[in-house]
Design a protein around this ligand. Structure first.
Ligand SMILES: [Fe+2]
Length: 187
């Protein structure tokens, strides 16, 4: 992520301030945008619908993570929290995998923090090794997060969001990024 929206290492604030209403809003926004981008890319309508579901559920692993971290008495070190935060795609996948969701939905959730250049997590997948649903969620998740207020910063304006995303474009599938830009410019 770009320096402009990195957390300050001096900031004692917890990373995982879990706000259910904010999480639901984020899920809804990612869901709507991912559906539109999938449509723009010409994905099968069933997959577009499934991606809307994955968008709603992509961060559900944070619920488990919050219970885990809040179970600890004292504030864990930020570095420890970062390590745990990286578990949330896998925790979400594990939570949902026996509940009848399609592989497309499950893999979109599991790999939504993979970067196109292979620098993401949990599996350091790169390029088209990353399932298309996850590549779409990656772009929509970053856009939605930067466009929203966070406990440690205000939302960025649209122009700044686009500049920050272009700085980090190595993380994204360019075809997905172009489709996303078309969707955003039409809204
Ligand atoms: Fe996430």
């Amino acid at each position: 992520m770009g320096a402009a929206y990195k957390r300050s290492s001096n900031n004692p604030e917890r990373i995982l301030e879990f706000d259910l209403s904010a999480e639901l809003n984020h899920g809804m926004a990612v869901s709507n945008l991912a559906y539109a981008v999938a449509m723009q890319l010409g994905l099968d309508s069933k997959l577009c619908y499934e991606l809307a579901i994955a968008g709603m559920l992509h961060d559900i692993g944070k619920l488990k993570l919050t219970c885990y971290i809040n179970g600890q008495e004292c504030n864990p070190l930020v570095i420890e929290e970062l390590k745990y935060v990286r578990m949330h795609p896998t925790l979400g996948y594990e939570e949902l995998k026996d509940q009848g969701y399609s592989d497309f939905i499950l893999e979109s959730i599991l790999y939504h923090h993979e970067n196109y250049d292979g620098s993401g997590y949990p599996s350091n997948k790169a390029g088209e090794e990353i399932p298309i649903g996850a590549r779409i969620l990656r772009v929509c998740d970053v856009f939605t997060a930067l466009s929203s207020d966070r406990p440690y910063r205000k939302a960025f304006d649209r122009k700044t969001v686009m500049e920050l995303m272009i700085e980090e474009v190595k993380n994204f599938d360019m075809e997905v990024f172009i489709a996303f830009q078309k969707v955003v410019h039409n809204t």
